[in-house]
Ligand binder design. Structure first.
Ligand code: NDP
Ligand code: 8X3
Length: 254
């Protein structure tokens, strides 16, 4: 029987790159996200390129009832999830705390924190009953180190860092591995989303240095997922070579 990976936020960036690498390595995939058309296109490509079995689940992780409905209605042959990649997430805005948009704060908290919790709560009981499974949370340098105006996004990623440690303790006696992969700057749709579609501002984030690619992060996720059963990678912080911490970059000017 093939192993199954469940990936949240597979419609772009790191989630899509993870789908590629797990498909190439023979996993069956459950891919999720809000943009249905992108999921269908990705599923078709994975089927034709890697001969993968792919199930598409189209839901918003902020919607508790939809998340429950989608995960509880998984067909029997898709219920034995071996690897859960909690990747869906976003930042919105870059403002000082006294100027922040409260709607943006709610969206980040509901997605990065509550969404991750809903999905984890629904998938871990199956792992516990089989005493087997691996949860890989996509954290961030922003969950290790705060930066100017990063306030609420950083707080959600600090929460992912804390939850990763907490999950590892709670699930230790149940044979479940828990890993955090925490990247620095990755050139995905992340900054375009953060700046509400302002691509010029988003492109400036990556100017003058070579950021990570989604594939660089997916390589690390796959490394963690492919260790032998007795080895757990607790936490990996990976950065572009030109980034020292959350706020210091070496940018070359032309
Ligand atoms: P992208 O914007 O390219 O991808 C984000 C993914 O999350 C999309 O597939 C999106 O799908 C999904 N998503 C967002 N909101 C929801 C929601 N409410 N319900 C379901 N899915 C959702 O960015 P990245 O690939 O960079 O981001 C992936 C993760 O990596 C995030 O958790 C981010 O915080 C983290 N990260 C990113 C870094 C970076 O510099 N890019 C660095 C460190 C961490 P859809 O819109 O279709 O729902
Ligand atoms: C994404 C990286 O530094 O833009 O988590 O917050 S950062």
């Amino acid at each position: 029987m093939q192993s199954i990976v469940f990936i949240t936020g597979a419609t772009s960036g790191i989630g899509e790159a993870c789908a590629n690498i797990f498909a190439r390595n023979g996993f069956d995939l459950i891919i999720t996200g809000r943009r249905r058309e992108r999921l269908d296109v990705l599923a078709a490509r994975l089927r034709s390129e890697f001969n993968s079995k792919v199930l598409v689940l189209n839901f918003d992780v902020r919607d508790r009832n939809e998340t429950i409905k989608n995960i509880e209605s998984l067909p029997a042959e898709w219920q034995k999830i071996d690897v859960l990649i909690n990747n869906a997430g976003l930042s919105l805005g870059l403002n000082s705390i006294h100027e922040g948009d409260i709607d943006d704060w709610e969206t980040m908290i509901d997605t990065n924190l509550k969404g991750l919790l809903y999905v984890t709560r629904l998938i871990t009981p199956g792992m516990v009953s089989r005493t087997s499974g691996h949860i890989i949370n996509i954290g961030s340098i922003a969950g290790k180190d705060v930066y100017l105006k990063g306030n609420v996004y950083c707080a959600t990623k600090f929460a992912v860092d804390a939850l990763t440690k907490a999950m590892r303790m709670d699930l230790l006696n149940h044979g479940i591995k828990v890993t955090q992969v925490a990247p620095g700057a990755v050139n995905t749709e992340f900054s375009t989303v953060r700046f509400h579609g302002d691509t010029e501002r988003a492109n400036n984030v990556y100017k003058g240095f070579e950021p990570l690619l989604a594939e660089d992060v997916a390589d690390v996720v796959w490394f963690a997922a492919s260790r032998p059963k007795h080895v757990n990678i607790n936490d990996i912080l990976l950065m572009p070579s030109a980034q020292a911490n959350a706020s210091q970059f070496f940018r070359k000017t032309e």
